[in-house]
Design a protein around this ligand. Structure first.
Ligand SMILES: [Zn+2]
Ligand SMILES: [Zn+2]
Length: 225
């Protein structure tokens, strides 16, 4: 089977005890791109062109800025500034202003690192579906996982057809795990709320203690920083 990406990291993260193994993978993918953008990639013309065209979102600018190679960030943001500057020229009418406003909004909503991450993550979504169909014990690993954050669950559904002849089975395991673990988080939230009732003051919190951190990941994914 020719997979879209190496399966090693998938096995590693799916075996870990976490609310979304894809968030854990995405963190690693993101770190690789941040590293590249602060080192080798900055020297490549091809990358400089892409940076000029799209720039960075605020989150990724901050993440680059937090790391040691500030000159690299400055060179890249300088390249981007050259592309943005012409958008700031004189505007002569309300109609033109509306058009310009749209152009500026589009120009500030792109991010070359977000794009690279999404491109790379899509290979993971496809490969996971293929592994379900072709790797003998992968379904067991999936069945022992704790489901996914909503965004990554949606992505796995979107690319489920890559499981080919096993797509129906794949979808039934995916939804089973997601439902089961979402219900668990709902129970944790309820237990947490109940624990604030004075009548339960002396009851141990149990899993409810992690209700909100778990809900954070299930709803929004793991913080990618
Ligand atoms: Zn996730
Ligand atoms: Zn970004």
């Amino acid at each position: 089977m020719n997979y879209h990406i190496d399966t090693g990291l998938i096995y590693e993260k799916f075996k870990e005890d976490c609310e979304c193994p894809l968030c854990a993978i995405q963190k690693i993918v993101q770190e690789q791109f941040l590293h590249e953008f602060l080192n080798d990639a900055v020297m490549e013309d091809n990358t400089r062109v892409k940076v000029g065209k799209k720039g960075f979102c605020a989150k990724h600018f901050d993440m680059l800025f937090k790391r040691p190679n500030k000159l690299s960030v400055a060179l890249q943001i300088g390249t981007r500034a050259e592309k943005i500057a012409p958008l700031l020229g004189k505007v002569k009418s309300a109609g033109a202003a509306k058009k310009r406003a749209k152009e500026i909004q589009v120009a500030t909503s792109d991010c070359v690192i977000c794009d690279f991450i999404e491109e790379s993550m899509t290979k993971y979504y496809k490969t996971i579906a293929q592994m379900f169909a072709h790797e003998r014990n992968f379904y067991k690993i999936l069945l022992s996982s704790k489901g996914f954050c909503l965004n990554h669950y949606a992505k796995l559904l979107e690319y489920s057809s890559f499981a080919g002849f096993m797509t129906k089975d794949y979808l039934s395991v995916l939804s089973l795990m997601q439902e089961k673990n979402f219900t668990r988080v709902q129970t944790e939230i309820k237990d947490f709320c109940d624990s604030h009732d004075y009548r339960n003051a002396y009851k141990p919190l149990g899993n409810a203690e992690n209700a909100l951190p778990h809900a954070r990941i299930k709803f929004y994914g793991e913080k990618q920083e």
